[in-house]
Write a protein that binds this ligand. Structure first.
Ligand SMILES: Nc1ncnc2c1ncn2[C@@H]1O[C@H](COP(=O)(O)OP(=O)(O)OP(=O)(O)O)[C@@H](O)[C@H]1O
Length: 632
């Protein structure tokens, strides 16, 4: 709009429409710093244009040659030659020199990218600009296969946004096709070095369907692609195929896969292989998947291709139907991708089902490595739960065994809530013939409780330390009475640690004492300890949370010879010795319970150990038994 002054009244006169001007430098800056992750994508874009051009030519003439040659002998730059469909002068103006225009969308050039023609990799009409990230000048010489009589044309584009175009004399370009030459930018030459070019061409182009070669200045030729993909080649036997796939997995991912799973989703033209990781994978550090789009590598970090739970596989796939984002470095998240993810998940699940039915040795090896992943999955997947729960390994009083094996030996399966409780009760429970599963690890308790659904005859019950102590045999009243002085002393000592004392008989005989405690009780004691030390405000708050403070229990084993001896000599022995012995028993039970030690616990352990040493050295002194022995 332009304003004109007419008298004192301003009048606005409409002007003819203007066209946006594009600042190419600004655009290239935008692409290189914000769209692409690295300048290296320039080679991907060039190879992709060459592939698309050959595809377009083959739609006209299926027997047309399909060759892509990258030359690194161009004085610091590179040349990419293809035997593709080529361009006429008018094509050059319309497609090459117009940013955002592509010959690869529908015939009417519609902007609906989802309708971009399935045959081509490109669709956005910005790919060639990526070359300006590494080059100052791009020269395209092209001869059209569509209009064989049209003269060849040379287009010269510069990063300042200007371009020139000229037609070449008839006969100067022998065959239809296109040659693109890049003249490097001062800061882009490293990306055009011959070694780097081979590496990039292989990285992006390993699965391209047409033959790609890199030729250096000595005329040495390097093959870039090795087609057809390893999963599409014919093999003499299933074993040979399996070995070839495993070797490919090693080459791509640098690990020896535990197994390989074929992937085939015709709906999106997807084929490939899922490689099962041979070592445990961390659920939050998901492995990268390599996704090729019509042969071109789109991403080697595509986590979105497989469901979260399947973090124990890494895939290589080639697809025609998934959409790339504009940077062409990731998959566009849409319903198709979600459906593909589900389909791959289903395939992995089928593989697991197959193992359970026909290859138990491999299933065991798999579960040894990935049981955590399967446990995470089985909680939400009834089918898988039914299938795999019996095979999953758990820590139990019989060692680490499958749940099925364990349930066969113990029709009542007891499960603890915490690892700590398991550590406390496991030896005692095992000696008493009880079967206990450590339910303290993530998912385990939930899963064990599902067992009756899968194995109807089995009963599962929660177990806590109090239940164990309630099941221990009580001591007959006469023995309890005889031990009364010792128990009284023991109670006085244990009281200092907020602990009660009981005398019971239990196996194994070798365990003199056990400490029965649980986390809630310990928290409660800790809270009351804090509130006694806290200032008024905090004491009030902590006090209002208080319940009656539960106490731990030190259970002394009446079957144990040491306990019996201590009980017998309680009336006559040095009270100091009895006290130190009780402290030492408490300390040892504390260690057995594997609960975290507080500073006071450490002090107790030290004190009792040193105290006992002192008694021992006194006993071995000049009048002690050691001395007598030496004299005799
Ligand atoms: N080697 C080639 N042979 C023939 N035509 C080409 C060649 N390179 C580019 N073109 C033409 O130039 C157009 C623009 O190319 P450009 O790489 O910028 O975008 P595109 O490939 O269409 O889409 P995308 O941005 O998704 O790569 C193409 O649509 C094609 O018509």
């Amino acid at each position: 709009m332009q304003e004109e002054e007419v008298g004192s009244t301003p009048v606005t006169t409409p002007q003819p429409g203007h066209t946006f001007q594009v600042d190419l430098r600004g655009l290239v800056d935008l692409l290189s710093h914000h769209l692409y992750s690295s300048p290296r994508v320039y080679l991907r874009e060039l190879m992709q244009n060459a592939v698309d051009a050959i595809t377009a030519r083959r739609l006209l003439d299926p027997s047309a040659p399909a060759r892509i040659t990258i030359r690194t002998d161009a004085g610091g730059g590179i040349v990419v030659e293809d035997s593709g469909v080529g361009l006429t002068e008018s094509d050059v103006h319309t497609f090459l020199a117009t940013i955002g225009r592509s010959s690869k969308r529908g015939a009417d050039g519609e902007l609906d990218l989802s309708a971009a023609r399935a045959d081509f990799i490109g669709q956005f009409g910005i790919g060639l600009l990526a070359c300006f990230v590494v080059a100052d000048e791009i020269t395209v010489v092209s001869r059209s296969a569509r209009e064989p009589g049209a003269p060849a044309v040379e287009w010269h584009g510069r990063s300042d946004g200007t371009y020139s175009i000229r037609t070449l004399p008839v006969g100067s370009v022998a065959q239809p096709g296109t040659t693109v030459t890049l003249t490097p930018r001062a800061d882009g030459s490293e990306w055009l070095e011959p070694g780097r070019v081979v590496q990039l061409a292989r990285h992006f182009g390993s699965l391209l369907r047409y033959q790609v070669e890199v030729v250096d200045r000595h005329g040495d030729v390097v093959r870039v692609n090795d087609t057809p993909p390893v999963w599409e080649r014919p093999y003499g036997s299933p074993l040979a195929r399996r070995e070839a796939l495993a070797a490919y997995g090693r080459q791509v991912f640098d690990f020896n896969p535990l197994d390989t799973i074929d992937l085939d989703i015709p709906l999106v033209g997807l084929k490939g292989v899922a490689f099962v990781l041979p070592t445990p994978a961390h659920p939050t550090k998901r492995s990268g998947n390599r996704v090729h789009l019509k042969g071109m590598l789109l991403s080697d970090q595509a986590t979105e291709l497989v469901p979260d739970w399947a973090f124990f596989v890494s895939c290589v796939v080639d697809t025609t139907g998934l959409r790339p984002t504009a940077s062409r470095e990731a998959l566009y998240e849409d319903e198709t991708l979600a459906a593909v993810r589900d389909a791959i998940g289903e395939r992995v699940r089928q593989w697991l089902t197959g193992l359970a039915a026909s290859d138990l040795a491999l299933l065991r090896r798999f579960l040894d490595v990935h049981h955590l992943a399967v446990k995470a999955l089985a909680r939400y997947d009834d089918q898988l739960l039914a299938l795999l729960l019996p095979w999953l390994p758990f820590e139990t009083t019989d060692g680490t065994v499958s749940l099925d094996e364990f349930a066969r030996a113990h029709p009542v399966v007891l499960v603890t809530q915490t690892v700590e409780e398991f550590r406390q009760v496991a030896p005692i429970a095992a000696a008493a013939g009880m079967g206990v599963v450590n339910g303290g690890y993530v998912y385990d308790r939930d899963l064990v409780h599902q067992l009756p659904l899968v194995r109807p005859g089995v009963t599962v019950a929660d177990l806590d330390p109090e239940t164990v102590s309630a099941h221990l045999d009580s001591v007959d009243p006469a023995a309890e009475l005889a031990a009364a002085p010792f128990l009284a002393r023991a109670r006085a000592v244990a009281d200092r640690f907020d602990t009660d004392v009981a005398l019971r008989s239990f196996q194994p005989v070798g365990v003199p004492a056990m400490l029965v405690d649980n986390r809630e009780a310990r928290h409660e004691r800790r809270r009351s300890e804090l509130s006694s030390k806290a200032d008024e405000l905090w004491a009030g708050i902590l006090g209002s949370l208080s319940a009656s403070t539960p106490r731990a229990q030190l259970i002394l084993n009446h079957l144990n010879p040491l306990i019996r001896k201590l009980a017998e000599m309680a009336g006559t022995a040095d009270p100091q010795l009895s006290e130190t012995a009780i402290e030492a028993l408490y300390g040892q039970a504390l260690l057995l319970s594997r609960r975290p030690l507080r500073p006071t616990d450490h002090a107790l352990l030290n004190r009792s150990f040193l105290g006992l040493l002192e008694f021992a050295t006194q006993a071995a002194g000049p009048t002690g038994p050691g001395q007598e022995k030496a004299q005799s």
